[in-house]
Every structure is written in structure tokens, then in C-alpha cells.
Design a protein around this ligand. Structure first.
Ligand code: ATP
Length: 140
């Protein structure tokens, strides 16, 4: 059994959040692997910057999601994955997709539309949670 821990960000600018489009058309939130001994908040900020060029400011922890997937040439090995999500804010809408990671577009999209576009149901839930947190923190 293989375990993976990643961290990512719901990066807010006004009423919009940052989404990335993969070469296959899927819209996803920026995230990536937490390195050994790395703080998860630090990993989330680092991954957002690596995948989108955005230097976001951490606001608060939103929660985690868990999923499993199969990998390996014969697709028999299971990976049990946890992704920790952080609410973040950015100072402007500049962003650039990291092509080498398979991202063809990076875009700030209105919360409601982002919810509809997001490929995975658990990422939709995280977007909803971020929206609720933003409403509580009206000064962002
Ligand atoms: P990371 O961005 O954390 O480095 P990765 O790009 O190596 O990860 P994932 O994005 O976790 O890998 O994708 C691995 C598999 O899990 C793919 O088959 C993908 O479709 C699936 N997957 C990705 N995100 C989710 C999710 N939120 N819920 C369910 N399955 C997902």
C-alpha cells in the first residue's frame, strides 16, 4: 500500500478563484506533493506558485479530502491519498499554467462557475467550504 500527501490552495481574488485546466480538459485546483519534513501550508503555497506562477498569501486551513487511485503498469497497486487545502488570497489576476505539468490554462473564475467546472466532487466541496469561509472573512 502506498500513501501520498499533497497540499493545495483555493486562491481567491475578489469573487474569483484560481483554476487550472489540464491538457485533457479537466479543471482542477492547484496542488502537489508535500516534501519530507515540509510544513503543509508551506507546501500548498509552493505548489500554487510552481503550477500557476501565483505568489499567494495563506489565509487559513480549509480541510482535507481523501481518495484512492490505482497505478503501475498492470494497474494493481493502490495509492491512498490525502490532500490538505488552504484558503489563500492573491494581489492580482496574473497567472501562467505550468505546461510541463500538463496544464494548458490558468484562470481566475467566479466561485459559482468554478464550482460547476471543477472536475472532482471533493474539490467542489472544498470550493464550497472556501466560499463559506470567505463570507465569514469579508475583508479579503
Ligand atoms: P499531485 O498534484 O498531488 O502531485 P498527481 O498529479 O501525481 O498529484 P493526482 O492529481 O492525485 O496525481 O491524480 C492521480 C489520480 O487520481 C488520477 O487518476 C486522477 O484522475 C485522480 N484524482 C485526482 N484528483 C482527484 C480527486 N480530487 N478525487 C478523486 N480522484 C482524483
Amino acid at each position: 500500500m502506498k500513501q501520498e500527501i499533497s497540499a493545495g490552495g483555493i486562491v481567491v481574488f475578489g469573487n474569483a478563484i484560481l483554476l487550472l485546466r489540464k491538457y485533457n480538459g479537466d479543471w482542477v485546483l492547484p496542488k502537489g506533493r508535500v516534501e519530507e519534513n515540509e510544513d503543509i501550508g508551506h507546501a500548498a503555497v509552493r505548489e500554487v506558485q510552481e503550477e500557476s506562477g501565483v505568489k499567494a498569501e495563506l489565509i487559513k486551513y480549509i480541510g482535507d479530502i481523501k481518495y484512492e487511485y490505482v497505478y503501475g503498469w498492470n494497474r494493481t497497486e493502490m495509492v491512498y491519498k490525502t490532500v490538505h487545502w488552504f484558503l489563500m488570497k492573491s494581489r492580482n489576476m496574473e497567472c501562467t499554467p505550468l505546461k510541463r505539468e500538463g496544464f494548458v490554462e490558468a484562470k481566475y473564475i467566479h466561485m459559482k462557475r468554478a464550482y460547476d467546472l471543477a472536475k472532482y466532487d471533493d474539490e467542489k466541496k472544498i470550493i464550497r467550504k472556501a466560499e463559506i469561509e470567505m463570507e465569514k472573512t469579508l475583508d479579503i
